[in-house]
Each structure stands twice: as structure tokens, then as C-alpha cells.
Design a binder for this molecule. Structure first.
Ligand code: SAM
Length: 402
């Protein structure tokens, strides 16, 4: 097994230990509940992706039930959320709990658009967020002056006042969590509080060590309180599509994060030294297109442009997948590097002719902005001699879901 680039240690939980821990969690749920549902079992597995859980259930010969109420796509975001933007929204219960915790205190939020949206408009608050589509989804957010668009790791924070509370929900990787925590220290008042989401022990084999390290760093900032599985997420559409592609039901709200609260010491709210081991997730060069409700990402060519003039369709399925549907959302997935085109319905492709794909996406985006649906554009465009390409776009974009 290859190690993720953000791994903090040479020694990691081995694959067999990882599996043993998940098995133990599943077995204890099995004995405590008569006929556990897949949703209960996945929730009990402390962050293991449902495909990993279902593999373990099969290996342990454990049967599970499914309830219709546990499945379905309940994420209404438009434009849709995208795996490449690391977007996992909280459920309304969790947002309400976070609002209670913040109370009437001033707050800097990092990567928490759903909390910002529900705050009192008069609250002394600022949202730092990298994805401009967040504003397209919520026009009210766009009009707020306390919205800072930018990457928390590189944004100049000097003009953002420190506030009593800082809350963040970073992508669930060691380097990102540590680096966001260090930025949070620069945004909190002495004696204030930092709250953040922490992934469970089974998120990946290295997660137990990563968590230990993160909590150690947090304890150098202030007094730490850990509330297990306190944060509940709505399954984003792209993740529901990934589950379906893996042959599983699109489980609703399976993902839980721990909530870490750090009461910052009166004198300690100053920057800590960056630990060298905390590497951010590499920022990949993707071009983003809004095609109606959908968000389609095209990887920028690395050096020479891909150009196969003989190709009847300018993109093709990734061979190992045997179709467009991608059953993963993980950075560690070995196919991730071969993806050039990725939709918010978790459909992916490799590109054979970059320029043609770019032209089509630009045309689709313009048509959608004029109010023409993708389906209609695909039927109106002059595809003379290129019917195969038109069919491939229809399948890739899953116009059936529009
Ligand atoms: C895991 S999601 C958290 C969403 C949160 N649970 C909510 O309901 O509002 C991470 C959020 O941080 C944003 N984000 C990701 N990387 C970022 C970065 N480097 N700087 C600022 N925002 C970032 C994403 O666009 C996304 O909105």
C-alpha cells in the first residue's frame, strides 16, 4: 500500500491492523443491534468509506438490511458540489448545534459556508472560503462584505480582525488540518475558542496516528475537548453517485466527524512554528465549467496538449473503470491521476483532444448561462458526422438526472 503524501510518520497502522479495527467496530454493532442496517454499520465504522465497510461485511459473512429511508439524494446544491473542491455540507441539526456553540460571540469561519448562511446577518463574523461557486449558490453570501475569497493557506490575514471564536472544517487530511489549525491561531483572540472537525480513526490506515498528532498540536494551543461523532454531514450528490457506481445504496448522512474544541490560553494566541511534516494537499490545476446545475472540471494539460485528431470522440472512459461512473472520492485512489474530466455527478473520463473538449465545455457553459438546458443544447448543436460524440456527452453528463 502506498502512503499518502501527507503522512506524518514512517510507522503507520498496517493494512491488517486497519482492517482488524474496522472488523471489531462492526462486530460490536452486530452484537448490540439485532439486524443492523448498512447505515448503522457504516456510521459505527468511524470514517471507513462505505465500500470498505461492505467489503469487510462480506468477508465476515455478515448480512445487513437497508431501509428506504436511509437512502436517496438529499443534497439540493445548485451549482452542484464537486469532489475536487472537498465539499461536504453539514446537516441542519449540526449547523444548529454549531450556532448554539458560537452563541453571540464574534466568529471567523473557515470553509464553513453553511454556518455563515445561517448566522444572524448582524453578527460580527467573517467567512474565508476558496470556492467562488459558494457565492453562486447563495446570493446572500455574495452580498456580504465579510466574505473573503481565497485559500486559507495563502490569504493575507492581516486585515481580518481576530475574533472570540474560530471554526473550520478543512479537507480531511493531516497536512490540511494542521495548517488550518495554525491559521486559526492567527485569527482567534487570546482566551477565545477554536472548534474544528476531525476525521475518525478508520478514515484511512494512518488516521489514528494523524489524529494523535493533531490533538497533540491542539493541546499546545490550549485546553482540548473532543466530542465524538458530534458533526453530521449530508451526503453530497457526487458521493451518492460514487456509492451507486460501487453497487451500494446512496446512503444519506453516513459521514460523522468528531468536534474538537480548543480553549486558547490567555497568552497563547500567537502563531506556532509550522511543523515541517504538515504538507498541504497538492493544489491541482483544473478549469471549472458551470453547465447548468452541473460543475465540470477539466484538468489543465501538463506540458504538451493532448491531441488525437483521429478520435471520433475527444474523450474516452478510463479503461480500468469500464464506463464513466467513478466509485471513489478518495485522494488515495490509484485511478485519480488518470482522470482529466470530472463531473459533479462523479462521472470521469480521460481526454484525447483537449482543445475540442474545452471548446465544447465553453459552448455548453455559454448555452446554460443563456437558459438553454444541456439536453436541448446537445440536441440542437450541429453534430453532423459526430453522433457518437453527442451520445458520449449525453452519457458523461448524465442528462437523465437534470
Ligand atoms: C469539508 S467542506 C466543509 C463544508 C462545511 N461542512 C459546511 O457545511 O459549510 C470544506 C470547505 O472548505 C472550502 N475549502 C477547501 N479548501 C480550502 C482552502 N484551502 N481555503 C479556503 N477554503 C477551502 C471548500 O470549498 C468547502 O466549502
Amino acid at each position: 500500500m502506498s502512503l499518502p503524501r501527507t503522512c506524518p510518520h514512517d510507522v503507520v497502522t498496517t493494512e491488517s491492523e486497519y482492517v482488524r479495527n474496522i472488523d471489531a467496530l462492526l462486530l460490536s454493532t452486530y452484537t448490540s443491534a439485532r439486524e443492523p442496517s448498512l447505515l448503522e454499520l457504516v456510521r459505527a465504522a468511524r470514517g471507513a468509506f462505505p465500500t470498505v465497510v461492505s467489503e469487510r461485511l462480506a468477508a465476515l459473512h455478515m448480512r445487513w438490511s437497508t431501509r428506504p429511508s436511509d437512502q436517496g439524494i438529499e443534497d439540493p446544491s445548485s451549482p452542484e458540489l464537486h469532489a475536487l473542491d472537498f465539499e461536504w455540507p453539514f446537516s441542519t441539526d449540526t449547523i444548529a448545534r454549531l450556532l448554539d456553540w458560537i452563541g453571540y460571540r464574534s466568529v471567523n469561519l473557515i470553509g464553513l459556508p453553511s454556518v455563515m448562511l445561517q448566522l444572524d446577518p448582524e453578527a460580527d463574523a467573517c467567512l474565508i472560503e476558496r470556492n467562488p461557486l459558494v457565492q453562486a449558490r447563495n446570493h446572500w453570501l455574495a452580498s456580504r462584505k465579510n466574505f473573503r475569497l481565497g485559500d486559507i493557506l495563502t490569504l493575507d490575514l492581516s486585515s481580518i480582525p481576530r475574533r472570540r471564536v474560530v471554526a473550520f472544517d478543512s479537507p480531511w487530511y493531516f497536512g490540511e488540518t494542521v495548517l488550518w489549525l495554525l491559521r486559526a491561531v492567527e485569527l482567534v483572540e487570546a482566551g477565545g475558542e477554536i472548534g474544528f472537525s476531525l476525521y475518525g480513526e478508520s478514515t484511512r490506515p494512518t488516521a489514528p496516528l494523524e489524529r494523535e498528532e493533531i490533538l497533540t498540536i491542539a493541546s499546545r494551543i490550549g485546553d482540548v475537548e473532543l466530542c465524538e461523532a458530534e458533526l453530521e454531514y449530508v451526503t453530497p450528490r457526487y458521493e451518492a453517485c460514487a456509492l451507486e457506481a460501487a453497487g451500494l445504496p446512496p446512503l444519506r448522512r453516513w459521514r460523522r466527524g468528531d468536534f474538537v474544541r480548543v480553549t486558547v490560553g490567555a497568552k497563547r494566541a500567537r502563531p506556532l512554528q509550522l511543523p515541517l511534516i504538515a504538507q498541504p494537499v497538492p493544489r491541482e490545476p483544473w478549469i471549472t465549467y458551470r453547465v447548468g446545475r452541473q460543475v465540470v472540471k477539466l484538468r489543465r494539460p501538463n506540458g504538451r496538449r493532448l491531441r488525437d485528431e483521429a478520435a471520433r470522440v475527444p474523450f474516452a472512459p478510463i479503461e480500468a473503470l469500464g464506463g464513466w461512473a467513478y466509485p471513489s472520492v478518495s485522494l488515495r485512489d490509484e485511478l485519480r491521476g488518470s482522470i482529466h474530466l470530472w463531473t459533479s455527478r462523479n462521472q470521469v473520463a480521460q481526454v484525447l483532444d483537449h482543445d475540442v473538449v474545452r471548446q465544447r465545455l465553453e459552448a455548453l457553459e455559454k448555452a446554460a448561462a443563456r437558459g438553454l438546458s444541456t439536453k436541448r443544447w446537445l440536441s440542437r448543436y450541429d453534430w453532423a458526422g459526430r453522433q457518437e460524440e453527442a451520445r458520449a456527452w449525453r452519457e458523461l453528463l448524465r442528462v437523465d438526472l437534470d
